[in-house]
Ligand binder design. Structure first.
Ligand code: ZN
Length: 436
């Protein structure tokens, strides 16, 4: 795994000036996730400036106004001023669906799939999620934390400043808690924001094959209470699918999650259609994948604040030639987010710009919609929209400076990294991997 080469950092107040295009995504008076045409409202300021101090955005506007500001004039010598001529600045990406707590790539599955095996055939032969169990269970917490940190570091190098990180390759009390602790320890060394999720209900582990009820008991009676008590998780996720967990089983887990004050999210309709009604009663913050979502459920989603999180890298990597119905979801008013689904089986990528490219080319989202889905709606999917996802006064100083002149170049330059530098919770990080 290539690690990001994060260099120079500063905590001094700083001023970005002469920004070619500043994508603020600030819609005056708007609250709630972006739907329909709102999703593409980037609210661009040209020749713009952003002032940041103490980890927050202090002011946003035109460069000439910023330079006339009395406070800026008085403190200009103390400010770290960065010229962003011919660059695009946007909010840091919010990657609201990742699985970083694993050890090894899944190369046997990769070759089997190339030879024609399906996701389910691989899972039935002992591959898939279960094949990541052995080395995660064996691994020390430190090694798992180092692996997770490498992934976070790599994410930051392509502009991600907030990450949701799931457990789910331990599938025992000890190894799920170990995975969440590894995520927490990795997060402590990373300047960005990490939102941890307990995904003990990823699949039923082999030792519970004939007594799955007992595994669900373990999740409900031990894992959720312990993860809550130790403040190791903000959300509980369930993989709802044939071969994983039923809607009814998910309901049992979500009731317990709710009594512990944890938020709810689910993987659903990835490989087959499920009816979403029973899940929506739990007011999930996000339902993810949705490749096979039914029309009747699209109407239900449009009437709620639950985010539909689409993860097209999984479709791309599995080579299914079928992608989630993004166009239909957006046009019908469902709030859509984009995420990597970074994981060793179906989406081994940390790159949000690549996800944007897939969203545009494979799901016919516009570049502007893809950016809205990867920033402000991702923030909604994590219940962080009051702090993240747009560039406005008072929000966290999470910014990406792209070395491109037009925001449409971000998804256009396929599988490239054109990030000049990022600002992560007010810490400036230069990347040395600009590929052009
Ligand atoms: Zn996933």
């Amino acid at each position: 795994m290539t690690s990001a080469h994060l260099g120079h950092t500063t905590r001094r107040p700083f001023l970005l000036v002469n920004i070619g295009q500043l994508l603020t995504l600030r819609i005056e008076g708007k609250s709630g996730p972006r739907r329909g045409t709102e999703l593409s409202e980037l609210k661009i300021i040209e020749d713009a400036a952003v002032l940041c101090a103490s980890g927050r955005i202090i002011s946003v506007g035109k460069t000439k106004d910023a330079l006339r500001d009395p406070w800026v004039r008085k403190n200009r010598k103390k400010l770290f001023e960065i010229d962003c001529t011919d660059k695009v600045v946007l909010p840091g990406f919010v990657d609201s669906h990742t699985h970083p707590a694993f050890i090894s790539p899944r190369l046997v599955d990769f070759e089997k799939r190339i030879a024609g095996a399906s996701y389910e055939e691989i899972a039935e032969a002992g591959g898939g999620i279960r094949s990541s169990l052995a080395d995660v269970r064996k691994a020390g917490k430190k090694v798992l934390a180092e692996k997770s940190f490498q992934s976070l570091d790599e994410m930051a190098s392509s502009g991600t400043t907030t990450v949701e990180a799931k457990s789910g390759y331990g599938l025992s009390l000890e190894s799920e808690i170990k995975s969440l602790e590894a995520i927490r320890n990795a997060a402590r060394h990373w300047p960005g924001t990490v939102v941890p999720t307990l995904l003990a209900a990823h699949v039923v582990p082999p030792e519970f094959e004939d007594r799955r009820e007992n595994y669900i008991d373990l999740i409900c009676e031990e894992m959720i209470p312990l993860a809550t008590k130790r403040k190791l998780a903000r959300f509980v996720d369930v993989f709802v699918e044939r071969g994983a967990f039923s809607i009814k089983e998910a309901g049992r887990i979500f009731r317990v999650a709710r009594t512990h004050g944890l938020g709810i999210r689910a993987h659903v309709c990835q490989l087959s259609a499920e009816s979403l009604g029973a899940l929506l009663e739990f007011h999930p913050r996000s339902l993810d994948h949705l490749d096979y979502v039914r029309d009747a459920d699209i109407a239900k989603l449009a009437a709620r604040d639950t985010i539909a999180t689409l993860v097209p890298a999984a479709n791309f990597f599995l080579g299914t030639h079928r992608f989630p119905p993004a166009r239909k979801l957006i046009d019908e008013g469902v709030p859509v987010a984009l995420a990597t689904d970074y994981n060793p089986g179906t989406a081994p990528t940390t790159s949000m710009p690549f996800i944007l490219s897939l969203a545009c080319t494979q799901m016919k989202m516009s570049a502007a919609e893809a950016i809205g889905a990867a920033t402000i709606n991702g923030a909604w999917a994590l219940d962080l929209a009051d702090r993240k996802g747009s560039i406005e006064n008072g929000k966290d100083a999470d910014l990406i400076v792209f070395d491109v002149k037009d925001y449409r170049e971000i998804p256009y330059w396929l599988a490239s990294n054109n990030v000049a530098f990022t600002v992560v919770n007010g810490v400036m990080k230069e990347t040395q991997n600009s590929s052009r």
